[in-house]
Design a protein around this ligand. Structure first.
Ligand SMILES: NC(=O)N[C@@H](O)C(=O)O
Ligand code: NI
Length: 166
């Protein structure tokens, strides 16, 4: 019987052990451009490692997913962090797992509301990008270079995310 995972609101505190929440709300800023703009500085830790590692800036246009979402596999990137920042208003599902000796533990699921992005720290197990409601575009900041930066894990029993989400 698949195990049900409740969806939690995405907050910096709840997500701390998995990575960073990228958002304006709740963060300080400083004035730039002669007072015409405010910079919300250094919101996420970009990690780049491995052979010839370098930072990539890409865009992803993802089709949307429906709830409840069946998660049968997760992935991680050993050589670098991976950030997804929405470029338009919309919610997306963030699924992450703690690791125990190379095996992902039961997932936790968060819903990222409009204005929130996430940065998975290097080697953090996560589900693939999962917009909810409609197709969405994202800015992606992650690691390029040589070597294999993708490790995948298939769960013996899939998880059901958001079974009773209204
Ligand atoms: N491959 C890619 O850009 N995306 C995945 O790593 C993902 O986490 O969705
Ligand atoms: Ni990924």
């Amino acid at each position: 019987m698949p195990q049900v995972v409740e969806i939690e609101p995405l907050t910096r505190e709840r997500f701390r052990e998995f990575g960073d929440v990228i958002e304006i709300d709740g963060n300080g800023s400083y004035s730039i451009n002669g007072g015409m703009a405010d910079r919300f500085h250094d919101l996420a830790k970009v990690q780049v490692g491995g052979p010839e590692g370098r930072v990539l800036i890409s865009m992803v246009r993802s089709r949307h997913y429906e709830l409840p979402l069946i998660v049968s596999a997760v992935e991680r990137h050993p050589y670098g962090s991976q950030a997804f920042i929405p470029t338009e208003q919309g919610a997306f599902l963030v699924v992450v797992c703690l690791d125990r000796q190379g095996v992902p533990q039961a997932p936790r699921a968060f819903i990222a509301q409009a204005g929130q992005g996430v940065n998975y720290h290097s080697n953090v197990w996560h589900g693939v990008l999962s917009p909810l409601g409609n197709e969405q575009d994202f800015l992606v900041v992650d690691r390029g270079g040589l070597g294999n930066n993708l490790e995948e894990y298939n769960f013996a029993d899939p998880y059901v995310i958001g079974w009773n989400t209204p």
